[in-house]
Design a protein around this ligand. Structure first.
Ligand code: CA
Length: 228
């Protein structure tokens, strides 16, 4: 069963989301605060994806995202942000969210985002080769983990998918559109900026010096390239 958690303090929006996700075939549990969400998650280890409102009483959506991410690196997380809070998108992604949806959103848009993230969480089936090696990095495509010099680097699902795209295209310049399509899918409604934000976050995790990247280089006016 595809189980998701919806965290939103405004009951009308929460019901709207819950009803639509149930209609789309998901098993849904809901919470009206971050504290309640964490308690529910501790009792429901089968939750695969969480929809988190940013503005919550008590601990806010960003802090909730951080805490969930620390406990469940593989959880899919989508932030629900307000249109006026442009900065939310970047902050949300920097705290470990996989995606964001801007309010007000249509049921169609929300379901498309959740379905897309679920497809990425689902893995890509049996692979003949499980390790892709590049320089000090080894990407295990079976358990979706990355190591650098044998030490594991904790990645979100989006970061993992970007790394896989890079490591399958060593030395090839990938446009930001290539990355957006390769990672988020063709039906994605978002902006190219999400690519840059994720690359920035990935560099912090994998580079020796994120301000002087040695592995993910910028191809000015085009995109990014992987090289070791
Ligand atoms: Ca709220």
């Amino acid at each position: 069963m595809k189980k998701i958690l919806v965290v939103e303090d405004e009951s009308s929006i929460r019901s709207f989301v819950v009803i639509n996700m149930k209609r789309a075939g998901y098993d849904v549990i809901e919470a009206e605060s971050g504290e309640e969400a964490l308690e529910l998650l501790s009792k429901s280890p089968d939750v695969k994806l969480a929809l988190l409102d940013v503005m919550l009483p008590g601990i806010d959506g960003f802090e909730l995202c951080r805490q969930i991410r620390a406990q469940s690196p593989a959880m899919g997380i989508i932030m629900l942000t307000a249109r006026t809070q442009e900065v939310d998108k970047v902050t949300g992604l920097m705290t470990g969210a996989d995606d964001y949806v801007t309010k007000p959103f249509s049921p169609t848009e929300l379901i498309a985002r959740v379905d897309a993230l679920f497809r990425r969480l689902g893995g890509e089936g049996p692979a003949d080769v499980t390790d892709i090696i590049s320089g000090p990095f080894a990407l295990n495509t079976r358990n979706r983990t990355l190591t650098k010099d044998g030490r594991q680097i904790r990645l979100t699902q989006v970061e993992y998918t970007i790394m896989r795209l890079f490591m399958e295209n060593i030395g090839k310049a990938l446009s930001r559109e290539d990355i957006l399509t390769g990672v988020w899918g063709r039906d994605y409604y978002g902006e190219l900026k999400i690519v840059d934000v994720n690359i920035r976050r990935l560099r912090i995790k994998i580079e020796d010096d994120a301000t002087n990247p040695a592995y993910i280089s910028t191809v000015w006016g085009f995109g990014y390239k992987w090289g070791t």
